[in-house]
Design a protein around this ligand. Structure first.
Ligand SMILES: [Mg+2]
Length: 176
């Protein structure tokens, strides 16, 4: 059961994910969460570091798409268009169909797709259910609706529990 909540890797932020390592691990497509992974919650600003990271991804010939549970099409579209990548809005993560929709956009499969997100219960759980490579990032900020805050507390507890098992390989030794 805990296996489903264990990411393949962890990073402090999206731009700290090693593109070289993704290539080495055979990743050709990225399904990336929007809120608190690419931008602060409900904000359309993409930071310069994130923009530079996407350029690296592109030049490594890795495809990327946004798969967001956010139901506001315009909000998701503005960010995806700025980065020149396709998107799925109103996704139903952790349901598998949300990730299959992403893989359809990327034209990648189970063996070469990675899921990147800040939430264990949507991004990591959903990706792991399909046997995908999963990367947990630290959320950009904590300005979220109450439901998410409650989930965060449970997530923190789970992360603590997992530290007593074999945990994911971090990119940097300290992650929290
Ligand atoms: Mg998120």
């Amino acid at each position: 059961m805990l296996e489903y909540f264990r990411p393949t890797r962890q990073a402090n932020s999206l731009d700290l994910i090693s593109v070289e390592q993704l290539r080495k691990d055979g990743i050709r497509g990225l399904i990336i969460d929007l809120d608190n992974t690419m931008t602060p919650w409900n904000n359309v600003e993409v930071g310069p570091k994130v923009e530079a990271w996407f350029k690296k991804v592109k030049s490594a010939e890795i495809r990327a798409c946004v798969v967001s549970n956010n139901s506001k099409r315009q909000r998701v579209a503005v960010v995806a268009d700025r980065l020149g990548i396709p998107f799925v809005f109103g996704a139903t993560k952790p349901r598998r169909r949300a990730f299959r929709a992403g893989m359809n956009l990327l034209e990648t499969g189970q063996e070469d797709t990675a899921v990147i997100g800040d939430q264990l219960f949507t991004d990591i759980l959903g990706g792991n259910r399909l046997g995908l490579y999963t990367i947990l990032v630290t959320p950009i900020n904590d300005h979220e609706f109450i439901g998410t805050r409650i989930m965060r507390r449970i997530e923190k507890l789970l992360v603590w529990v997992m530290k007593h098992f074999a945990s994911a390989k971090p990119y940097s030794p300290k992650i929290h």
